[in-house]
Design a protein around this ligand. Structure first.
Ligand code: TYD
Length: 411
């Protein structure tokens, strides 16, 4: 029997339908040195849809400890646009929900390097970050942020409630989609959220992934691709409701969901409007996902054809930004150092290492301007504006960017 037939939804336990597989993949942020090549971990990256609760989810995920540990390589504050985004996120929450309650307690799940909580700290709110990866947690502590170095679940929520009381706002950015025990997260919300309080979280949006064919958003950490319809189902079964939904430009298209205890807040008109649009897009039934798999295969062939052609012409092609997302593309398409000589990146912890799975060297981004490559694959396509401004020289002397979202093209 095909093992894919046996997978059950991690939320509602119904049978899920597989719609795309990207083959064996390593840990997306598992940048490694050469002595780690022989013991590198791989798992099958396949995605399914639950027709009952509409949750799009990975069929298998490595353990949380394998992904989020003391050498976690993702730092939230690595781009100016994200720093600005987190400033706006905190301002939105403070203005809409906390102004009349100056003693409010704000909790952030997955607070990373503290980039968002520092805005609440500056405004004098009581705050706590809950962050399992010790290295990023320590960066936040260095900024004066209070951090509990743990995974968030119902027992952590109980512990926080006992020590600090209930929270007026519980926030998370690019975190809830990581946590396969999503039921425990919602139990934690029930424990920790104050009456009248708000939960606000944002994650890469399923609607964007399907519409832009941004399959690179699918990797080990992204256990779920949420939609307003699926989040509504989750919320309802724990006594919450989605009271607002706002589309965001971050991470190539995200959705911010606002949740409150059912009946305690006015529900924004946006919620029903987006839910209806999702039905029209087809992402509330399995038929809506069938073309996606074909689009991924086409994209893979086109990217490989282009890189092989450029190699045959003797062009120098490098990668720009060793994103988590790039791991899926590189391993799915089997692109190694023969086609992309190196990837430049600004994150010190990644430099001098190799990319997961296909082992392309990661170099400091200064090498990019010194080397004068002919082409650069833009793996951080979501930061295009910021990077184009920085790399004007590359373009001025005829350097070209390669994109694979929404389709493979040279720009
Ligand atoms: P992001 O899209 O947030 O990555 P992910 O797919 O992991 O969510 O991009 C962050 C990565 O991109 C990080 O490794 C730093 C790198 N980066 C650069 O190297 N240069 C840049 O100018 C920017 C904006 C990012």
């Amino acid at each position: 029997m095909d093992k894919h037939n046996e997978y059950k939804c991690v939320f509602c336990n119904n049978k899920i339908v597989l719609f795309v597989s990207f083959g064996n993949q390593p840990i997306a942020n598992g940048f490694l040195t050469a002595d780690g090549f022989s013991k590198e971990y791989f798992f099958e990256l396949s995605v399914g849809f639950c027709p009952e609760c509409f949750l799009v989810q990975l069929l298998e995920q490595p353990t949380p400890e394998m992904m989020f540990n003391e050498s976690y390589a993702f730092f939230s504050g690595t781009s100016n646009s994200m720093i600005q985004h987190f400033q706006n996120f905190s301002d939105d929450i403070a203005t809409a929900y906390l102004t009349h309650k100056p003693n409010s307690f704000v909790v952030e799940i997955g607070s990373n390097d503290g980039i968002m909580l520092q805005n609440f700290k500056t405004q004098g709110f009581k705050h706590l970050g809950i962050e399992p990866s010790l290295n990023v947690a320590n960066v936040a502590r260095g900024r004066g942020i209070n951090v509990l170095n743990k995974f968030f679940n119902s027992s952590t929520a109980k512990e926080v409630k006992l020590e600090h009381g209930k929270a007026d706002a519980i926030l998370a950015a690019n975190v809830l989609c990581h946590i396969s025990d999503i039921r425990s997260v919602f139990e934690g919300f029930r424990e920790l959220l104050h009456d009248g309080g708000v939960i606000a979280f944002e994650d890469p949006y399923l609607g964007d992934v399907i519409q832009k064919n941004s399959y690179d958003q699918i990797y080990d950490e992204h256990m779920f691709l949420f939609s307003v319809n699926s989040v509504s189902k989750l919320a309802e079964s724990f006594g919450f409701e989605v009271i607002g939904a706002e589309h965001q430009m971050t991470h190539g298209g995200s959705m911010r969901y606002y949740l409150g205890i059912k009946g305690q807040h006015k529900v924004s008109d946006n919620v029903l409007r987006i839910m209806k649009a999702e039905k029209e897009l087809g992402i509330t039934e399995v038929g809506g996902f069938l073309k996606f798999s074909q689009n991924c295969e086409n994209s893979k062939r086109q990217l490989l054809d282009l890189l092989i052609k450029l190699k045959n012409e003797g062009k120098k092609v490098v990668g720009y930004a060793a994103t988590s997302k790039s791991t899926t593309v590189l391993n799915y398409c089997n692109i190694g150092p023969d086609l992309i000589s190196y990837i430049c990146d600004t994150t010190p912890i990644k430099q001098g290492k190799f990319s997961p799975g296909v082992h392309i060297p990661i170099v400091p981004y200064e090498q990019f301007s010194k080397d004068r490559p002919d082409f650069a694959v833009l793996f951080a396509w979501n930061h295009k504006d910021e990077i184009f401004k920085k790399e004007q020289q590359f373009m001025d002397r005829g350097g070209k960017w390669i994109f694979f979202v929404p389709e493979v093209h040279v720009g």
